[in-house]
Design a protein around this ligand. Sequence first.
Ligand SMILES: [Fe+2]
Length: 216
Amino acid sequence: MSATGPGVDTHEMVLIHRVLRRELGQLSRLFRSAANDRARSKVVGAHAREMLDFLHTHHTGEDELLFPLLRERAPLDPELMDRMDAQHAQVDHAVAAIGAELPAWTAGADAAASERMADLVEAMMPTLIAHLAEEEHKLLPIVSVTVTQKEWDALGKHGMNAIPLKRRLVMLGHITEEADDAERLRFLHVVPAPARLAYNLIGRRQFTRETAKIRG
Ligand SMILES: [Fe+2]
C-alpha cells in the first residue's frame, strides 16, 4: 500500500522487521565471539538486551494495539491468527530464556552460557523469520485498510516510548540502515524535525561507531 493510496502506510513496520531479522539473526555469532572475553560480553550483552527489548515491545504493541482491532473488524483466517499468537508466545519464551542468562553472562562471559544462548537464538530464528514474513504478506495489507491513521500512529508511539530517550537516535540508525533512499525519506518524514537534525548531526555517527564495535 503506498503512502498516497487508500489506507494507512504500513511500510515502517517492514523497516522495523528488518532490524529484528538482522540484529537478532547475528546474536548467536556475537554470543560465541564473546565467550571468555568480558570486555566484549559487556558490549554484546548490552546490544542483545536492547534488541530483545525492542522485539518484546514490538510484539506487545501488536498484541495490545493491533491484533484486537483486526479481530474485531476484519474477516480473518482464524488459523492465521492462532499461528500469529502461537509464534509470539514461542518467541517470547525464547526471549525470556535468553534474558534470564544475559545479566550474568554480560558480566562474566561464561563460554557455556555463550553456547546456550546462541543455541536458543538459533532455535528461535526460524519461527521469528516465518512470523515476520507472514505478518508482512498476509496481515499488513489487511491492517492498511482496517485501522485508522491515528490507531496506526499509536502503535508507532508505543514502540518509540519504550526506547530510552538517549537511545532513540541509535535506534533510528538501525531502522534506516538497510533502507533505500525512498524508504529513508518516507520514514524520516514521520520523525520530528529536531530528532531528524540530531540524527544527521550526531546519531548517524554514533550508530556507525557502536555497530562497528558490536559486530567486531
Ligand atoms: Fe510486526
